[in-house]
Design a protein around this ligand. Structure first.
Ligand code: UDP
Length: 239
């Protein structure tokens, strides 16, 4: 099915969103722009938009087949995908398998501690406030979601972790942590939305522990383009 691209609805840090001729479908267009530290660091990772688009779609299709509802509809081109129109639940859902990033900093531990069980946390998606950490009670008080929705989001997020960890292990990568966003469709269904890519996951080579993700950009390690390409090549071969 072809969707006609209409007016731009929104421009975010890494993506633009356009209306289509179908009121329940929008088109997401991935950019090469990279930002970190709540937009304070800006740059470009050449080729990132196309990689994140194709990688996200590949993973969303697999997760959908595994029974996790997603917003994915159809890949339209290298950078553009049709997705279900949703209202984003303003919670960033973070799952961790290994200590890194803000967890290591907040609790004063080194990076690389493998947890016995995955952890989950929420941040309130609000750039003006710097996406502060939030608990279930606060999310309920602020009416960001209902208890039923929070329970479902947690269930889906842990299920995504189970599958994603396996997909990554199969290509020699340890899934350290990642961020998910969920949306609500017009008929009230909670679905996985946004993206799953080296922008939103920490991915370490299982043998060398080399970072194959956005930390190469955040920490000025160099080789971000090559790292994104490497994950894509391992995940999708010559597709
Ligand atoms: N993350 C993200 N967007 C954000 C914050 C975090 O995609 O706005 C991802 C990040 O790439 C990592 C995971 O969520 O894979 C956990 O990030 P953390 O809380 O450690 O924050 P950071 O160290 O990136 O500030």
């Amino acid at each position: 099915m072809a969707y006609e691209k209409k007016e731009q609805l929104y421009e975010g840090k890494a993506k633009k969103v356009y209306a289509t001729d179908d009121p329940n479908v929008v088109i997401v267009s991935y950019k090469d722009d990279a930002t970190a530290f709540n937009g304070q660091k800006k740059g470009t990772i050449t080729g990132k938009g196309a990689i994140n688009n194709r990688m996200t779609n590949n993973l969303m299709r697999r997760l959908e087949a595994a029974g996790i509802p997603t917003h994915y509809v159809e890949e339209l081109s290298d950078r553009e995908t049709a997705v279900k129109k949703v209202s984003i639940v303003p919670l960033e859902v973070i799952i961790r398998n290994i200590s890194a990033g803000s967890f290591a900093k907040r609790y004063g531990v080194e990076e690389g501690i493998v947890f016995d069980e995955p952890t989950i946390e929420f941040s309130y998606k609000n750039d003006d406030l710097g996406d502060p950490l939030i608990n279930d009670y606060h999310a309920l008080a602020l009416k960001l979601a209902t208890q039923g929705e929070i329970d479902l989001i947690k269930k889906y997020a842990f299920a995504v972790n189970d599958h994603l960890k396996d997909y990554m292990k199969a290509i020699g990568i340890d899934l350290v942590d990642f961020k998910l966003e969920f949306g609500k469709t017009a008929d009230g269904q909670i679905v996985l939305a946004d993206e799953i890519s080296p922008d939103t996951c920490r991915l370490w080579d299982e043998k060398t522990h080399e970072k194959l993700d956005k930390d190469r950009f955040r920490r000025d390690l160099g080789g971000a383009e090559e790292a994104y390409e490497e994950v894509m090549r391992r995940l999708m071969g010559d597709q």
